[in-house]
Design a protein around this ligand. Structure first.
Ligand code: ADP
Ligand code: ZN
Ligand code: ZN
Length: 744
């Protein structure tokens, strides 16, 4: 039973760092919990304040004789703020970082900011007139103007930023329509919902029998007290969102609130509108570009009950609803749910914890569930629901695999296989659009043989080695190293090396092959500028280009109805990135990429070019068979003891001096080894990080692996304490990452 309580008395940005420590009277020790509201003496006089317990501890932080005693518990029930504080504590314990960093992530802190004005686009002309203009815009191929006006016909008032983003509009387009007197730009200080009351669609269509069955089963289980989270596995377009909408409607009916997490990149205008139309001004949408003040504003409206459905990426999870009834996590497999800054929390796992505290339902949805979630569903920890067909009987695209080894044998050394070339030619002739996708990720290249497809892997970790300067090949898990080869150890061919082609080269090659084609490129380089992203997408969706060449950015969340061919140039690029999730990511990317083809009326084809046609990720993606992929992937994870069959704690180390880093990392390893628990876990590394140097700071990583997450958490706590006590000694910057997703 802890003897001291750390209490915060004011939840505002400036004051979060300030906790006060109180002695806990004997009689309160048993009942006091983190997150509870307590009454404490304050200042010199007789003043008392209420505050929240952020931490219970035996660690006395100042002179015991001068410490005051806590007066009492304000209320037994843990209030909303208390729940969020308890959530912050859970985040800190699970993912590392300080209590303050966790509190700042979770609490809707007050911060004085200048009030932001919000701009709206408002239609000034009648529907009749609008139709006339629409025809005109269509004739003149002014598709951006067309899109904006069409959207305004649905909804006469739109949030400027949301509309510009989702409809890919430039300022010039908006200005032009304003000049033409078609729209006006209105400014107001309060956020208003873009949907008018008469435009609501409370019951847009009847659910299909399978959708209805899922809703009923989830609700039925809840009624019986079965609070297991639900995993909804359904191909894109199978009607998952409609299921979420129905569940949310029922929850709202009961006077409770809903949170919907959607990765930012997948939060399209159409999706937002569906929620608005169904729930009207009870919906609020967040995005990561909101300022602190705007975020606080939205949270405040939620706390007051003016907003009842919050939609957004990661941070929407912390909406201060008092009576949370459901959390929906769409695209639950997305790596962007994992925070890449401290605290490195996973929004999906954190959502499960929040729902547990609030007694809320959780629904996870995906067309390619994460291996973690699907395994939990199979073990019965989650309840599994499937939607196996697209609504309205729309077909999935056809997928063809082209073996690049065969191409080489036939003397074709181009990045484009003969089959892909032939299909591109055909599409150009038919004036249909093509997407060429280079799923390049990571920084270092793997080494493979273009004649036989052999990939050089770490003998200890079964992940690809990465080529570094000086001809060294490195494993980023264990530090294993060998000299680069000049010929293939499997077939003896000299065609061995790192695949270096980037989007720039692809554009050059395609340009040479098809001189008449208009080609656009979208990658980190071309989207660096503000709006770069939108401009490229706009140009492509307006038909100002025939071929779009790009990286993962282009395969998520966008609908281009005229695209009937998607070419994946080298599926291997994401397959051997040197981390254990490479196969999973590849399967997801290929499935998503294939899904980009044939969203309109025409049937689509996806062509996957690869040197590893027999790899299960590619075989399963081609067959569009998730179960096949899952079985293979899980047995690999089990064999190598990677999550979810074991837990992995990454420790990221950095220092500006390479020698100090090496010494420090070695010391840390010894400290870990000397821990009592160490004999029961694997310590791997330290090895160079993927990016071994950033801004002249050197980086290394150490992995701890164990079957039991608890064991890793205990070691982490221990190390955090040691680190706090003796920062001098370590001289290192240390960060923890539990079950890392994004590499370091
Ligand atoms: P997902 O979220 O799985 O991609 P959606 O819920 O967006 O699928 O459904 C795909 C399309 O089918 C949407 O345009 C949606 O409006 C429509 N739809 C979904 N359910 C039904 C239904 N029961 N009846 C008619 N149309 C539906
Ligand atoms: Zn070979
Ligand atoms: Zn290794």
């Amino acid at each position: 039973m802890a003897r001291y309580a750390n209490v915060i008395v004011d939840i505002s940005m400036e004051k979060l760092d300030k906790t006060f420590q109180y002695r806990i009277p004997e009689k309160l020790r048993e009942n006091l919990r983190e997150g509870m509201q307590v009454v404490v003496p304050f200042g010199n006089g007789m003043r008392t304040l209420t505050g929240f317990v952020v931490e219970l501890t035996d660690n006395c932080e100042f002179e015991p004789s001068r410490m005051k005693e806590l007066i009492g518990i304000a209320q037994d029930k843990i209030p909303l703020e208390g729940q969020l504080i308890a959530l912050a504590r859970w985040i800190r314990r699970t993912y590392g970082g300080t209590t303050n960093q966790a509190l700042k992530t979770v609490l809707p802190v007050r911060k004085k900011v200048r009030e932001q004005t919000r701009r709206h686009l408002v239609r000034r002309i009648s529907l009749e007139e609008s139709r006339g203009y629409l025809e005109l815009f269509e004739q003149r191929h002014q598709t951006a103007r067309f899109r904006l006006l069409a959207a305004l016909m649905d909804t006469p008032k739109l949030d400027y930023r949301l509309a510009a983003e989702q409809l890919h509009l430039t300022g010039a387009t908006v200005k032009k329509l304003e000049e033409m007197g078609i729209i006006s730009i209105e400014t107001d200080t309060v956020f208003r919902n873009p949907v008018r009351p008469w435009e609501l669609e409370p019951h847009p269509f009847a659910l299909t029998a399978s959708q209805q069955a899922i809703v009923e089963d989830i609700r039925g289980r809840e009624a019986q007290g079965d609070r297991r989270p639900s995993l909804l596995y359904g191909v894109t377009g199978s009607g998952k969102t409609a299921v979420y909408l129905e569940l949310i409607a029922q929850v709202l009916e009961e006077g409770k609130e809903a949170i919907v997490l959607i990765p930012e990149i997948a939060l399209t205008f159409q999706t937002a509108l569906r929620f608005y139309k169904r729930f009207g001004d009870r919906v609020s949408i967040m995005n990561s570009r909101l300022s602190q003040g705007e975020r606080y504003d939205q949270f405040e409206r939620a706390r007051q009950g003016k907003v009842r459905v919050m939609i957004g990426p990661r941070s929407a999870l912390f909406t201060p609803f008092r009576n949370l009834g459901i959390i929906v996590i769409d695209e639950e497999h997305e790596a962007s749910y994992k925070s890449e800054t401290v605290p490195r929390y996973h929004a999906r796992e954190t959502a499960l914890e929040r729902a547990r505290m609030a007694g809320a339902l959780v629904v996870l949805g995906s067309a390619t569930p994460s291996v973690e979630s699907y395994e939990k569903a199979r073990q019965g920890i989650y309840s599994l629901y499937k939607l196996e067909q697209r609504i309205l009987g729309r077909a999935l695209p056809k997928v063809e695999v082209v073996d690049l080894r065969e191409e080489l044998k036939e003397g074709n050394r181009s990045i484009l296989s003969r089959r892909l070339k032939e299909l591109i030619e055909d599409r150009l002739k038919k004036r249909q659009q093509v997407i060429l996708f280079l799923n390049r990720r990571g920084y270092a290249g793997f080494v493979s043989c273009r004649a036989c497809g052999h990939v050089i892997k770490c003998p200890h970790c079964d992940v690809a080695l990465s080529l570094h300067t000086g001809g060294r090949m490195l494993c980023h898990y264990c530090g294993y190293e060998e000299q680069a080869r000049r010929e293939c150890p499997s077939c003896g061919s000299p065609y061995i090396g790192a695949f270096r082609a980037g989007t720039q080269q692809v554009v050059e090659v395609v340009g040479r092959e098809f001189p008449a084609a208009r080609i656009l490129r979208m990658d980190l380089d071309t989207t660096k500028n503000k709006d770069g992203h939108e401009k490229i997408l706009e140009a492509f969706s307006e038909g100002r280009a025939d071929i779009l060449v790009g990286t993962q950015m282009i395969v998520k969340g966008h609908d281009f109805p005229e695209v009937t061919l998607v070419g994946v140039l080298a599926a291997d690029l994401s397959l051997y990135t040197g981390d254990y999730r490479a196969s999973e990511r590849t399967f997801q990317l290929l499935t998503q990429a294939a899904g980009r083809a044939g969203r309109g009326r025409e049937e689509g084809i996806a062509v996957i070019q690869t040197y590893s046609g027999e790899h299960y990720s590619i075989v399963a993606a081609a067959a569009q068979d998730y179960e096949m992929f899952f079985e293979k992937e899980l047995s690999y994870r089990r064999l190598m003891e990677y999550p979810p069959t074991a837990h992995l704690l990454a420790i990221y180390l950095s220092h500006k001096n390479r020698e100090s880093l090496e010494t420090g990392a070695g010391m840390l390893r010894d400290v870990i080894k000397s821990q009592e628990e160490a004999s029961k876990l694997q310590v791997i590394g330290p090895a160079d990080a993927y990016v071994a140097r950033v801004n002249d700071i050197y980086r290394k990583v150490l992995y701890l692996k164990s079957q039991e997450a608890e064991r890793l958490l205990r070691i982490k706590e221990e190390l955090e304490l040691l680190y706090q006590r003796d920062e001098e000694l370590w001289q290192l910057n240390i960060q923890f990452d539990m079950n890392p997703m994004n590499g370091y």
